[in-house]
Design a protein around this ligand. Structure first.
Ligand code: AMP
Length: 493
């Protein structure tokens, strides 16, 4: 299928060619004809599928074809409104409209919070055909009577599920109430929970439904793997993973904003260029962090889900789930940041004992198990836990308990790991199973036997690490012993 056969006009075909697109993606082939025909649309598509062009191209064609009969002098009315959950996504959608509409003469403006209002006011005053906005700032400006939505012909809700997650439902309804009832409405969502379905029912009229979610390229083409590590072992494990020189652009997802900051702090200390992007950062900081990441100045971008949603950065080589997400669909979104446009991508998850249920949900959604890999380095032993004090038996019962817990955590990974193991060879299975038990603990059975109390083992571990590090930096990167990986500290990033 070609873009031409979809019925697009020459100015758009020209722009699409300049973008280097040769064939429409699945969502584009399915969505463009019904949207060109003027109907409502409910699209289930993930980021990375080309859904922006799927709605932007037909909107541009519609607005280009029907100029308003009597625009107010010098100020064309807003005829298309796109609502997006995050500033970054809004900015990207705005860029896409400008790129695809470059030969149409139509004007696109983006408005979002966190930055000064005056440049946005000026842009609106100059006249806008297509407005892309986050709901909060839009309502602010509407409240100040700086714009009107009375002439809107097409309304798009993009990433509707995320807007609901972010608590924008009331804002959305307030905005929709200000848009004429006679309009074309397009709603895109990566997932279709009941709330989205009922939002769609209330906003759309006999919509054409298109879905490309099951063919998500990310879920099938991205190489996925998981490491069972405990929370306190994750920082070291991440540094270890970053020793892979092929990991040139890594997006690291954490569950919390503080978590993202901690990751950056830790990596920066280890001379790995990293920045965080989350909603506690100012818009300027977020833009700068994203630019540096896009330009390759920073190798790692640590992000919370909301900030990273919709990010369109080329050539992300790795997505690292430093924390597994709370819901399986978010996992699919996250890994969809890599392996885009046919490129190879890798998704690595660090799963600790209390995230096994999340992992099971993800595997259920994917319909396959994610291969488990061995850490390949010595990881720090667990800190002493207050609920299991063992003052009378240092290195005895509590150590064994922990060993049992490590074993069982690998083992309960065992029931799920069991599925993946059945798919692999027998000896490999046994090796994976035993090494998993050891690395979940972050220690070999030999070192367990030789060591004293957990606290002492921990202190010994970090003493060894410090010694290895100073040996490595003093001896031109030669390993000071221990793991074969130690001493290979990344340089120049
Ligand atoms: P989206 O899902 O809209 O965020 O698009 C994901 C990426 O795919 C963007 O980098 C687009 O530039 C790119 N893209 C969109 N449509 C096509 C196409 N037909 N061929 C190649 N790349 C495309």
């Amino acid at each position: 299928m070609s873009f031409q056969s979809l019925g697009l006009i020459e100015p758009l075909l020209q722009a699409v060619r300049s973008e280097g697109y040769t064939t429409p993606t699945a969502i584009q082939s399915k969505a463009i004809p019904p949207v060109l025909a003027g109907g409502d649309l409910l699209g289930c598509a993930q980021t990375g599928t080309g859904k922006t062009a799927a709605f932007a191209l037909p909107i541009l064609q519609r607005l280009h074809g029907h100029r308003p009969a009597s625009p107010r002098k010098g100020r064309p009315p807003i005829r298309a409104l796109v609502l997006a959950p995050t500033r970054e996504l809004a900015a990207q959608i705005g860029d896409s409209f400008r790129a695809y509409g470059r030969h149409t003469g139509l004007r696109t403006t983006v408005i979002f919070g966190g930055v000064k209002q005056s440049p946005q006011e000026r842009a609106l005053a100059g006249g806008v055909d297509i407005l892309v906005a986050t709901p909060g700032r839009l309502l602010d400006l509407l409240g100040q009577k700086l714009l009107s939505l009375a002439a809107v012909e097409v309304l798009v809700l993009d990433e509707a599920d995320r807007m609901l997650d972010m608590g924008f439902i009331h804002d959305i309804r307030r905005v929709v109430a200000l848009v004429p009832k006679k309009r074309q409405t397009l709603l895109f969502s990566a997932t279709m929970p009941r709330e989205i379905q009922s939002l769609a029912d209330s906003l759309l009229e006999s919509p054409v439904k298109v879905s490309v979610a099951p063919e998500s390229p990310a879920a099938h083409t991205v190489r996925q793997r998981v490491y069972f590590v405990e929370t306190h072992q994750k920082p070291l494990m991440l540094e270890h993973l970053l020793r892979d020189p092929g990991m040139t652009r890594a997006l690291v997802f954490t569950r919390t904003k503080r978590g993202a900051d901690r990751v950056v702090h830790r990596l920066t200390r280890s001379q790995i260029a990293a920045e965080a992007i989350h909603s506690n950062k100012s818009q300027n900081q977020r833009t700068r962090a994203l630019d540096n990441f896009k330009k390759g100045k920073t190798r790692v971008l640590a992000a919370s889900d909301i900030a990273a949603r919709g990010l369109d950065v080329d050539d992300i080589t790795h997505v690292i789930n430093y924390d597994l997400p709370g819901d399986a669909e978010t996992y699919v979104h996250r890994i969809g940041r890599t392996g885009r446009a046919g490129a190879q991508g890798e998704a690595i998850s660090l799963c600790c004992g209390d995230q096994k249920a999340e992992l099971r949900d993800i595997e259920r959604l994917l319909g396959k198990s994610i291969p488990v890999e061995h850490a390949g380095i010595e990881l720090p032993p667990a800190p002493e836990t207050p609920e299991r004090p063992s003052p009378r038996k240092p290195g005895g019962a509590s150590g064994r308990h922990r060993a049992a817990r490590g074993g069982s955590s690998a083992g309960s990974g065992g029931s799920r790991g069991g599925r993946s193991r059945r798919k692999r060879g027998g000896s490999e299975q046994a090796a994976a199973s035993s090494s998993r038990g050891a690395h979940t603990l972050g220690e070999s059975s030999a070192s367990r036997e030789a060591a004293g109390s957990p606290e002492r083992r921990r202190n010994d571990f970090w003493r060894r690490k410090r010694r290895d590090r100073s040996a490595a930096s003093g001896a031109g990167g030669r390993s000071g012993g221990g793991s074969k990986h130690q001493g290979h500290r990344p340089r120049g990033h």
